[in-house]
Unconditional design. Sequence first.
Length: 190
Amino acid sequence: MRTLISTAFVSLDGVVEAPGGEPGYRNAGWTFKDIDFLPEAFEIKGREQKEATAMLLGRVSYQAFSPVWPDMVDFADYKVMPKYVVSTTLTEGDLVSNWGETTILRSLDEVAALKETEGGPIIVHGSAALNQSLSDAGLIDRYHLLVFPLLLGAGKRLFSTTDKDTQKLKLVEHEVYANGLQKNVFDVVR
């Protein structure tokens, strides 16, 4: 079974919306405003590209990333990696042609089936609504969280507010950096 890894920049109060400056959110770009950049805090992002063998995205994140990421040197390893987009509305004609093989999945059942295939880890970037659904369905195996020392209040959250049974996590890697960022890697305990 393949490991499904959710990776996120998250504020201390759980917001994941528009960390890179995506329009439409009042605090857009919060990952680089008023926080000193320390390369060592982002080491995990490069490691993710080397370890992942596929990328899973929701429709909104795919539509935000696909015009930009294919030409970014920082994300070169993702360009050739197979991508899967969970969407009930995207069509093949909506997919970009310069970002490698992309497959549209129509349901969480199809994501569960993908996890059963041969291959290495699948990484989920962005995709707040998809992350919530995957987590609630018990499909996420690991979380890579870079927690920023910020309280953003309103905004899209990493986790849903669904009333559910407790889900235990095991901290397997952590580090705190001089700029206040915290790296927390959790495995989901089954």
